[in-house]
Design a protein around this ligand. Structure first.
Ligand code: BG6
Length: 523
């Protein structure tokens, strides 16, 4: 039995206006790809509509096939219409589209870079900013060629303006390749010019983890091993591999989600307070935390503390969907995991003995990304009249998406003359409290990179600390036979063995098939 209390909207004033970007030319390598169409151009357009983009801002898309500026603009027009539907303001779009340009070139061809330098100079002569922001929306294997090409063409810095690079995830594919990439970048760029992107850090609710923890005196006193029993972090998707089989077959859920997004969520949940809210201080604490996580060192350790799985045919929202091995572009015998769960332990004073369970999966029962901090049972059960009326331990839920917000489960007296208790949910919803839409993660991060604020980007040693945890798992998985419960039917909770991972220690994941309390249902 449980009840729900909704926190009433409290914020009546309009949100502060967004900051203005420094003028620059955003050069996108991989401009005809999915990310540019689905995320980057819509985010830049949103920023332009908010009045954040200065007149000297331009986008220069780079792609291998020949295309005129107008053809590039109409291809982005299609992409934007697909992303925004009828919400697209045609007038504003026409004005913004004039700042888009196209440049034909192959990033692997060294002769392209002197031409690119010339093009940027020409654009600068026609009113574009001399500042250059290079976006690597390309597979990690292409990044070294771009870094070297930019360096040789003198594009890593010029007297007239600044030069920065944004490198998309995955940053390498293991510890060795990430180190190598960091090394190659460092021969051309200073660390302060490098923005390694993890779009989860741009999400409003992810940034709010730090505000919640360090902007209130309510949570921090219980945020440690004395009060916390365990923490579960879930990133569940109903989507399958979609049109990305080529990428996903090589990547899998562990590299795609756990190595970056989920480790970032864990880090923000568990790190110590930074001395200041700036790039160096925040990232310093994050690296310390990542280094305190115990790596799984051998195959036995990996077999007991991780679970992997792959979706087979099933149904999502009543609609039949094929299994992963039946998807276009996927090998018939593919061993790629579409689900990964890991039990992490942080070896420091604050968290010793508290398991952090993380799981990410495709084709699960519902789309849900959240962090649940389970507090310990009260030491003494004062109100239990019967053995069955047990007070549930408190749970603090940080909902990353959907229905962004925070919830707290706690015990309350049920109305009546007898003393009976129940669990109630107190809910803060971003949408209800602020009555305004949060900026898209990519809009926040692009704006930060244009303004030179790297707080929400991953530092070189930070990605290496992430791979240090992930690479031994990948290596052990490559050697171990596929587990018995590898396949899970689409539309459920993932592999059955994931439950054993937590129940071994008396814990349980949230059941993705169970209905959410009313206030947590997406409206
Ligand atoms: C991306 C992964 O980084 O994140 C995708 O490559 C995944 O596989 C996506 O679907 C999830 O992002 P979001 O913002 O939809 O939670």
């Amino acid at each position: 039995m449980s009840a729900t209390i909704d926190a009433k909207p409290m914020i009546k004033t309009a949100p502060p206006p967004l900051a203005k970007a420094d003028p620059c030319v955003l050069v996108i390598f991989g401009a005809t790809g999915d990310l540019t169409r689905r995320k980057l151009i819509p985010a830049l357009f949103d920023l332009a509509c908010e009045g954040c983009m200065p007149p000297a801002f331009r986008v220069l898309g780079i792609g291998r096939s020949a295309m005129s500026d107008d053809q590039f603009r109409s291809s982005m027009d299609e992409a934007l219409k697909a992303a925004k539907g009828k919400d697209l303001n045609e007038e504003q779009w026409k004005a913004f589209a004039k700042s888009l340009y196209f440049f034909e070139g192959d990033p692997n061809d060294p002769s392209m870079y002197p031409r690119l330098a010339k093009k940027l100079e020409e654009m600068n002569g026609h009113g574009a900013s001399p500042n250059n922001l290079f976006y690597f929306s390309v597979p990690p294997s292409v990044a070294p060629a771009i870094v070297a090409g930019l360096g040789k063409a003198g594009l890593a810095g010029n007297e007239k303006g600044w030069s920065r690079i944004i490198v998309e995830k995955p940053f390498g594919r293991d510890l060795t390749s990430a180190r190598q990439l960091n090394h190659e970048i460092a021969t051309v760029f200073d660390e302060h010019q490098v923005y390694r992107i993890d779009h989860y850090l741009g999400k409003e609710t992810v940034q709010n983890i730090l505000v919640m923890r360090f902007g209130n005196s309510l949570f921090e006193p219980v945020w440690n091993r004395n009060y916390v029993d365990f923490v579960e972090i879930t990133a569940a998707e109903t989507l399958g591999v979609e049109s990305r089989a080529g990428f996903y077959e090589e990547t899998g859920a562990l590299r795609d989600m756990v190595a970056n997004h989920l480790l970032q969520l864990l880090t923000l949940t568990a790190m110590e307070p930074p001395v200041a809210f700036d790039a160096d201080s925040v990232r310093e604490e994050k690296v310390k935390l990542l280094r305190s996580i115990r790596p799984l060192i051998n195959a036995k350790d990996v077999a007991t503390h991780t679970v992997r799985g792959q979706y087979s045919a099933g149904a999502i929202n009543g609609k039949a969907v094929p299994g992963y091995r039946e998807e276009k572009g996927v090998a018939k015998e593919s061993r790629t995991e579409t689900y990964a769960a890991v039990e992490f332990h942080i070896e420091n004073w604050r968290w010793s003995g508290v398991p952090f369970y993380v799981r990410a999966g495709k084709r699960l029962a519902k789309p849900l990304t959240e962090i649940r901090v389970h507090l310990k049972q009260t030491p003494h059960s004062l109100f239990s009249r019967t053995r069955t009326e047990r007070i549930e331990p408190n749970i603090i839920t940080i909902r990353i998406q959907p229905n962004e917000g925070t919830g707290i489960n706690f015990a309350a007296k049920r109305p009546g003359t007898e003393m009976h208790t129940t669990t109630v949910h107190m809910n803060f919803s971003y949408e209800e409290a602020f009555a305004t839409k949060s900026p898209q993660a990519y809009a926040t991060l692009l704006l930060d990179a244009m303004r030179g604020d790297a707080t929400l980007f991953t530092r070189g040693d930070e990605v290496e600390a992430e791979w240090r945890l992930i690479t031994p798992i990948e290596e052990a998985w490559a050697q171990l036979a596929l587990p018995q419960s590898f396949f899970y039917a689409a539309g459920g909770n993932g592999p059955a063995s994931a439950e054993t991972l937590t129940s071994n220690t008396g814990h349980h994941w949230r059941d993705l098939l169970a209905p959410m309390p009313t206030s947590m249902v997406q409206r």
